[in-house]
Design a protein around this ligand. Structure first.
Ligand code: GDP
Ligand code: IMO
Ligand code: MG
Length: 430
């Protein structure tokens, strides 16, 4: 009976982590976002209410769950305050009694967003296709030890000193890239104002999460992005700037390894990617268009159309190995209804050699060829099905073949965006 679950995206993001986190957080005491920032867009749908969470954990709609943002995320205070206002308007109350932010969390400030845009422009054809949320530049400041953290907002002299150091250098780069330098005094004033509003939420979150784990309370860690966007283990350089793989939750939160954690791999029944970078099973033909239209595959954060393609078992095996996945959640099965045959990539061929678990670095090689099998599809509409017996046998077989192909059982199947459109095969808390 695990007291600790990790929700981990195992493709290129947007797998449905928000939906699964919402469902599992109904029985959680704490829900922890441990990396990333406003580049994430996690959708939760309950009846006619739909919210997209960017920085706040997707446990927000369950009033008994305390939401925690750990020190390895990068938080944009301006958009966080707006997100909290939007949630309040949607009837979700997130006071300082149930939203905790680490004092050590680094801030995403306007110069990070300016730099993100200018860098992308300078990259030209080889741009990454970032979300423009300032994520890369903010993590650069963290690594170069120049960043501004929440704790700095509450010591004006230290804030001004640190801002001097970082902004002088950042403004020089902004000018070099053809941008408009930012005013230091205005930036410090804005930070002080954001700090005033957010101070009541600031805590030593590592101590809070550690205490919860030690006393046997249920802690759910929610990753953002997906394994193939991981800074170290993804399709570098077409990745985000943080460690997204589920087990990073523990060192990044600062709690050591809990006893018996279960890392749940969240996947769609097909593949999507938003932004640039290799995607060997992408389909730019009819099936890709079908998936984009029927699956509403447009970015939850930027609205960009997502690139769509066939299921990729070799990359799922890679993500399962990288993250130590012990259970799967397979989403968007309803989108496949009506496709008579489903091509599924079961391995790769690279110059005559078969690869069942490729390294992402191989994917950009033009000689790499997906090896496809055709699996049977199903005609029946499965949208909204919550009873496993009501699933057509071809859909059940599709899931069984995924389980066999990656060696992990599926504990949750999803047939629609609503919380209720879910088959919970096994409760992972039980
Ligand atoms: P996340 O970033 O991993 O949380 O995923 P996103 O929220 O960015 O994208 C997933 C999208 O698929 C959202 O619009 C969800 O509402 C929607 N969704 C989730 N599960 C299902 C499902 O089983 N079927 C359908 N049709 N949509 C789903
Ligand atoms: P969620 O949590 C899908 C992608 C961007 C780009 C690359 C780098 O909703 O699954 P960044 O702005 O992070 O520097 O962009 O990563 N990306 C995502 N793609 N879902 C996400 O988050 C993403 N967050 C970043 O499109 O290719
Ligand atoms: Mg998303």
């Amino acid at each position: 009976m695990p007291g600790c679950l990790v929700v981990s995206g195992i493709q290129w993001g947007d797998e449905g982590k928000g939906k699964v986190t919402d469902i599992l957080s109904r029985s959680a005491d704490l829900v922890v976002r441990f990396q990333g920032g406003a580049n994430a867009g996690h959708t939760v749908v309950v009846g006619d209410r739909k919210v997209v969470l960017h920085q706040v954990p997707s446990g927000a709609l369950n009033p008994a769950a305390t939401c925690v943002i750990g020190p390895a995320g990068v938080l944009d205070p301006e958009t966080l305050l707006k997100e909290m206002d939007d949630l309040a308007a949607a009837g979700v109350s997130l006071g300082p009694d149930r939203l905790f932010i680490s004092h050590a969390t680094h801030l995403v400030l306007p110069y990070h967003k300016t730099l993100d845009a200018l860098r992308e422009r300078a990259r030209g054809e080889s741009r990454i296709g970032t979300t423009g949320r300032g994520i890369g530049p903010a993590y650069e400041d963290m690594a170069s030890r120049a960043g501004i953290r929440f704790a700095d907002l509450f010591d004006t002299a230290r804030l001004a000193r640190r801002m001097d150091g970082v902004l002088t250098e950042r403004n020089a780069i902004i000018k070099h890239l053809g941008g408009q330098p930012l005013d230091r005094a205005a930036m410090v004033d804005a930070c002080i104002e954001w700090g005033r509003k957010l101070q009541p939420f600031v805590r030593d979150t590592a101590a809070v999460v550690h205490a919860a784990l030690s006393s046997g309370r249920r802690v759910l860690f929610e990753s953002a992005q997906g394994t193939l966007l991981d800074l170290l283990h993804g399709t570098y350089p077409y990745v985000t700037s943080s460690l997204t793989a589920g087990p990073a939750a523990f060192p990044l939160t600062g709690v050591g390894i809990p006893r018996d954690p279960l890392v749940i791999g969240i996947m769609k029944a097909y593949s999507t990617r938003v932004g640039a970078g290799p995607f060997p099973t992408e389909d730019e033909g009819d099936v890709g268009t079908w998936l984009r239209d029927k699956g509403s595959e447009y970015g939850s954060t930027t609205g960009r159309p997502r690139r769509c393609g066939f299921l990729d078992l070799p990359l799922l095996r890679y993500a399962v190995r990288t993250c130590g996945i012990g259970a799967l959640a397979v989403l968007k099965l309803d989108v496949l209804s009506g496709l008579a045959k489903l091509p599924v990539c079961v391995a790769y061929d690279l110059r005559g050699r078969r690869h069942d678990v490729p390294h992402p670095d191989m994917l950009a090689d033009p000689a790499l060829k997906p090896i496809y099998e055709e699996w049977d599809g199903w005609a029946e509409d499965v949208a909204g099905i919550a009873d496993p017996a009501a699933l057509p046998s071809a859909a059940r077989d599709y899931v069984r073949r995924i389980e066999a192909g990656v060696g992990v059982p599926a504990i949750l199947l999803s047939t629609g965006s609503d919380r209720s459109h879910t088959i919970l095969v096994r409760d992972p808390w039980a």
